[in-house]
Each structure stands twice: as structure tokens, then as C-alpha cells.
Design a protein around this ligand. Sequence first.
Ligand SMILES: Cc1cc2nc3c(=O)[nH]c(=O)nc-3n(C[C@H](O)[C@H](O)[C@H](O)COP(=O)(O)O)c2cc1C
Length: 296
Amino acid sequence: MKSIVIYFSLTGNTKKVAKAVYQGMREQSDQCDIATVKETDVGRLTEYDLIVLGSPVWGGVPLNVRLFFNAAPSLKGKHAAAFCTHGILPESFFPQAIELLEKKGLIIIGMNDWYGSVFRPTLPKPYFTDGHPDETDLKEAEAFGREMVELSRRIYAGETHLIPTFPEMPTPPPSNLPKPRPTLIKEKCGFPKCRLCVDNCPMEDIDLSASPPRFARNCTSCFFCEMICPRGAIHIDYEARAKASLERVEEIFLKRLEQAEAEGRFRRLVPLENVDQKTPYYKVFNKHPRYVIPKD
Ligand SMILES: Cc1cc2nc3c(=O)[nH]c(=O)nc-3n(C[C@H](O)[C@H](O)[C@H](O)COP(=O)(O)O)c2cc1C
């Protein structure tokens, strides 16, 4: 049986979990690969019997991941599992992931999710879920990997009653937060010597050689280009977005997290009093770059 963990990760949480899931899968099977969405030729997914998709939650499945799977050939009858890392509102992910995978004929045999640290310029830092995924999460992820390979093998061997059914999951309405666009301050920009934003845009659609320079047409509002720019050459007016985001913290996030904690679904690693709920990250950390991509 051949399997693959295929993932997208902007700030490293999903990557850590993906590696742990892969580690677990490797314990059950030596025919196992791991790759990012970006480095994978989608046509090659037909080589695998089990495809495990890992992704952050971006108000659902990020657009780049959806476009990747939409381009896949039919994978009818093969097995899939999906996992995500998220801040406080993961529920938009699974209905979309199920639809995406089932559209390709995949049989979904498992799903899971883990909390992750959050780097959003318009939200507080430290954030409520920072510190995740930790060692405990990664141990769980390894177990999930082992379980998926074992389950897939048994289902292929004829135990089709083991195929799980998932309850109806309605997709929550989109957040309708303001979506400020990036603009370039040409005098500060180091392109073409510096290509950080071009090379790290999840939509792979920043063209600074165009006149005028162009940011992604289907911008996902991840704000990564602005965060990683070492010279502060990308301007995004975060104010309206931050105001609306912080209102959601007060109205939705705090209660949701409290409930998850009470139900044992969330282990708080950052004490609540350490989170400045009134101040967005971009105001506290106003040096550039706001985020440094780890070397590994
Ligand atoms: C563009 C964007 C949208 C996000 N939307 C959500 C969301 O709807 N719900 C949520 O719980 N977390 C959301 N987050 C937080 C991420 O899901 C979380 O930080 C995740 O662990 C990041 O994974 P990564 O480090 O692998 O990129 C969002 C983050 C970004 C950058």
C-alpha cells in the first residue's frame, strides 16, 4: 500500500503536524511519502492508495489547496484522510475538505484537527492558542498517522464496514471581514535581489516586474507578503480589519475557547492574562520583518 501526506503550511504548524502524521504512517508502512502542495505534481496522486491532506484553516480550505485538488484527476475508490491546524474557529474546514475530496471519488476514512499558533497582524500577539502544536499534539498526530494506514489496509482487505460516516456539517457563513489590499512602496523594495514575497505568496501570483507591480489577483488576505518583507516595502492598511477582528475576539473567540477548554478539547498554554485582547499584533510589533521564515 502506497500513501502520501500532502500538506500546505504558511507558518509551520501544519508542517510540524504533517511530519508527525508521516512519522506514524511510516511505522506502519515503508511506502510512504510526504510533500507540500506546491512541490507536488497533482497528476501523481493516482500513484497512491491513501492520501492524507493537511492544511491550516483559512475560513475553510485555503484557495491554493482547493485549486490544487480541483486540478487532480479522478481518484475514485482510493482512500483519503484530512487534518487541519487552526486558531479558534475550525468548523469551516471539514465540510469544504469533504466536498473537495469526495468530488475526486476519494473515500474519506478519517479526519482530525489540532490547535496552532496564530500569526495574524490584526489579532493579538501572543495569541490564545500559541504554543500549539506541542509535543502532546505531535504524539496524537503520530497516532493518527498509524491509525489511518492500519484502517486503510483493513478497508482495502474487505472490512468496508469500517468506513466511517461523518455527521452533516453545515458550512458557517463567511466572516465578511474587510480585505485590505497590499500596495508597494517602490523606493523601499529590494526586488529583484529580494524575492521573498514573490516566492512565498501562497497563490504564487505576485509580479513585481510588472508595471505597475501586481499583487495576487485572488489575494487570500493572508498578509504574509507584508509580514515577511524585511524593508517594510509593502503597505497594508490594517486598521478597519483589526477593529472588526478584535470585536470578534470579544464576541465569539473567548467564549468558544472557554467552552473548548471546559470540554477538554483545548489545553491552554498561554495564560489568558498574557493576551492583550485590545491590541493587534501589527501595532505591538511594528518593526520589519514582522515574521521571519524559519530556516528549516
Ligand atoms: C489567512 C488566514 C486565515 C485564517 N483563518 C482561520 C479561521 O477561519 N479559523 C481558525 O481557527 N484559524 C484561522 N487562521 C489561523 C490558522 O488556521 C492557524 O494559525 C494555523 O495553525 C496556521 O497553520 P500553518 O502554520 O501551517 O500555516 C487563519 C490564518 C490565516 C493566515
